[in-house]
Design a binder for this molecule. Structure first.
Ligand SMILES: C[S@@+](CC[C@H](N)C(=O)[O-])C[C@H]1O[C@@H](n2cnc3c(N)ncnc32)[C@H](O)[C@@H]1O
Length: 217
C-alpha cells in the first residue's frame, strides 16, 4: 500500500499537532494531514471538515484507501460551525487566505478557550490574520517556516490568552520570525519585505513600516 508523504507545508502544520489529541482539520481537501497523523499514530481521531462536497469526495477516497473510517470522520462544515467544542483539542486551518482563516476563527463562539491549540497556515495576508488574532485576545505562541516548491510558507501556533492587544504594524509582518538566525524565516521575511515594499509605492505609512522592518533584517 502506498504511503502518504506530506508536502513540507503540511508537514510544518503536522509538526505543531500535539500527540494523542483529537484534531479538526478545517478545509481538509484531500484529508492528507489527518490521514498522515492517524497513520503515524500521532493522534487517535480526527474530524476532516470542508465546506464543499467535492473536496469531501477526495477526502473519502483517502480515508477508504488507508482504511481509516473508524478514526477519521468526514463532515461538511462551514468553518467550525458543525464542530462541537468537546469534540476536538487541536484545530488546523491551513491553505487559505489570512482573512478567511480569521473569519472562520472569529465566527466560532467557543474558540476563546486556552484548552485549544490552533494551527493556522495562511497562504496570503498573514498580517490581517495576526492583527485580528491579537485584537481578539489570541496570541502566537510559536511559528514555523518552510520552503515548499521553492516558495516560503509560515504556520502559527495560536492560543487564546484573553489579553486583548493592538499589535504594531511591524509586528503583524515580523511576528516571531528570526531572519538572522533561521534561513527559512529569512526567506519568508524577504517575501514579506517585497510585499510591504510594493505597498509602500503608494503609501507614506508603508514607507515607515518598511523602514522599521528593514532595520530588523
Ligand atoms: C486550498 S485547499 C487547502 C487544503 C489543505 N488544508 C491544505 O492546506 O493543503 C482549501 C480548502 O478549504 C475549503 N474551504 C474554503 N472555505 C471554507 C470554509 N469556510 N469552511 C471549510 N472549508 C473551507 C475549500 O473547499 C478547500 O478544500
Amino acid at each position: 500500500m502506498q504511503k502518504i508523504k506530506l508536502t513540507p507545508r503540511l508537514q510544518m502544520c503536522a509538526d505543531f499537532v500535539r500527540q494523542n489529541t483529537a484534531v479538526a482539520d478545517i478545509g481538509t481537501d484531500h484529508c492528507f494531514l489527518p490521514a498522515w497523523l492517524v497513520l503515524q499514530k500521532h493522534i487517535t481521531r480526527a474530524i476532516a471538515a470542508d465546506i464543499n462536497p467535492q473536496p469531501l469526495k477526495s477526502a473519502a477516497q483517502t480515508v477508504a484507501q488507508f482504511g481509516l473510517q473508524t478514526q477519521i470522520e468526514l463532515r461538511q462544515s462551514n468553518g467550525l460551525e458543525s464542530i462541537a467544542p468537546t469534540e476536538v483539542d487541536d484545530i488546523v486551518i491551513a491553505g487559505m487566505g489570512g482573512e478567511l482563516i480569521f473569519e472562520i476563527l472569529n465566527a466560532c463562539p467557543w474558540a476563546k478557550d486556552d484548552r485549544y491549540n490552533f494551527i493556522l497556515q495562511p497562504m496570503s495576508k498573514s498580517e490581517v490574520l495576526v492583527r485580528g488574532l491579537y485584537r481578539e485576545g489570541y496570541e502566537i505562541t510559536a511559528q514555523k517556516t518552510c520552503i515548499d516548491r521553492k516558495k516560503p510558507y509560515t504556520a502559527f501556533l495560536v492560543k487564546y490568552s484573553g489579553n486583548v492587544q493592538e499589535p504594531s504594524p511591524e509586528f503583524c509582518y515580523k511576528t516571531l520570525l528570526n531572519p538572522k538566525a533561521n534561513p527559512t524565516d529569512k526567506a519568508f521575511f524577504e517575501q514579506m519585505l517585497r510585499y510591504v515594499a510594493n505597498k509602500a509605492k503608494g503609501s507614506k505609512e508603508y514607507v515607515g513600516i518598511l523602514g522599521k522592518l528593514r532595520k530588523d533584517f
